[in-house]
Design a binder for this molecule. Structure first.
Ligand SMILES: *Cc1c(COP(=O)(O)O)cnc(C)c1O
Length: 395
């Protein structure tokens, strides 16, 4: 009994798609906080297990609230199928592990979210999967990294934290000509501003923890792909290994989707405003915002993104000491490694999310000691800009 998904526009699908109303006719989606399900007869139970009859079996496999989240997300993204997971990292791990076996090879962009880089660089090699990290904006480097056993490419764009833009369509073509797939972590772009599947990616993953919840409450992740990809690589892995999302968290994310476009538009406007307000400040030595015409990959951004970003990265003159003085002088914007929240947040990547990297690895991906990453919240943009400008005086 799901709501019709087409021909409604994307914002409408975010509010209605996937809803399964019960006999009580509730307005809001029901929270099915249950581990299991009962059957009217042994025959019915057997038929559900054999797949002859549709229905739920056990919440590690699926759950009505989780199914509503998956269907709504798939309808919005334009994907055939979706699977929700307990966290974004569970989604990333499954999207890679599900495709790989010992002897395979992965190519990934080196500018990755810290835990994603751990999976590619440290975890996969322990199971006999070799990996090569490349400079994601260098298309030649992707070409050259290909080996006969390359199975998948992995990237995020814009990257964390320096907001580089990787040409997704071009990388997908290189992957496909090598007989490999492309997985894109689309967290920084959000589903509003970028559709990797339409650009040729085979699988897109999200941390629902970020913009989809958007109010800092719970963790979650989503994997989106074709039916064939989900069946071949994801379905059984998730069912049997169990990184399942709690129905409660799925319900929070499902309700988060209803307001996603309103929030992300506002956050993007605020981030753009911040980039303009700070760019000429004498204490700012570098300003990185994907919506700006002076962004190094502005042309690719225009080609593959429908909007800027809810994040801004900038470098404060004077290195780590000045960056710390600046963060400590902020009154409204809070120091946190999280992003996509209703509250504006700021982080110093070199000492937090990218602390694990060696200094030369940080330098390679542009993470200097003065670099900070700002995540726009839902406050009035003038309050946000005033807080940043006041704190820069202290830097
Ligand atoms: C947060 C994040 C993840 C991991 O998501 P969790 O929900 O924290 O597990 C992966 N990739 C990117 C780009 C992220 O920002």
């Amino acid at each position: 009994m799901s709501a019709p998904q087409r021909p409604y526009r994307p914002e409408t699908r975010l509010v209605h798609a996937g809803q399964m109303r019960t006999e009580f006719g509730e307005t809001s989606e029901a929270l099915f906080l249950t581990q299991g399900f009962i059957y009217e007869s042994a025959e019915e139970c057997a038929a559900r297990f054999s797949g002859d009859e549709p229905g739920f079996l056990y919440s590690r496999f699926s759950n009505p609230t989780v199914a509503m989240l998956e269907e709504r997300m798939a309808a919005y993204e334009g994907a055939e199928a979706a699977r929700a997971t307990a966290s974004g990292m569970a989604a990333v791990t499954a999207s890679l592990m599900g495709q790989l076996k010992a002897g395979d090879h992965v190519v990934a962009a080196r500018a990755l979210f810290g835990s994603c880089r751990y999976i590619v660089e440290d975890l996969l090699p322990r199971f006999g999967v070799a990996s090569t990290l490349v400079d994601g904006i260098d298309l030649d480097a992707w070409h050259k990294a290909v080996r006969p056993n390359t199975r998948t490419f992995f990237l995020e764009s814009p990257t964390n934290p320096t907001l580089e833009i990787i040409d997704i369509r071009a990388v997908a073509e290189i992957a496909h000509s090598a007989g490999a797939t492309l997985v894109v972590d689309n967290v920084f772009a959000t589903p509003l501003w970028q559709s990797p599947l339409a650009l040729g990616a085979d699988c897109v993953v999200y941390s629902g923890t970020k913009h989809i919840d958007g109010q800092g409450r719970c963790l979650g992740g989503i994997i989106l792909a074709s039916n064939e990809f989900i069946q071949a690589h994801i379905h059984n892995l998730l069912r049997q290994t169990g990184p399942s999302i709690s129905p409660f968290n799925a319900w929070v994310l499902l309700k988060g989707l209803e307001t996603l476009h309103v929030r992300v538009r506002r956050q993007t406007d605020t981030a753009a405003t911040v980039s303009v307000a700070l760019v000429e400040h004498p204490k700012i030595v570098r300003m990185i915002y994907p919506g700006r015409p002076d962004h190094p990959q502005a042309k690719i951004a225009r080609k593959q993104m429908r909007g800027g970003s809810t994040l801004v990265a900038f470098e404060v003159a004077g290195g780590k000491a000045a960056a710390f003085r600046f963060l400590n002088a902020l009154k409204l914007i809070r120091i946190s490694n999280n992003l996509g929240d209703a509250k504006s947040l700021i982080t110093h990547p070199a000492t937090t999310t990218h602390q694990r990297l060696r200094p030369e690895q940080r330098a390679e991906i542009g993470i200097t000691d003065g670099l900070v990453r700002f995540s726009a919240g839902l406050e009035h943009p003038d309050d946000v800009c005033e807080d940043l400008l006041n704190a820069l005086e202290a830097a």
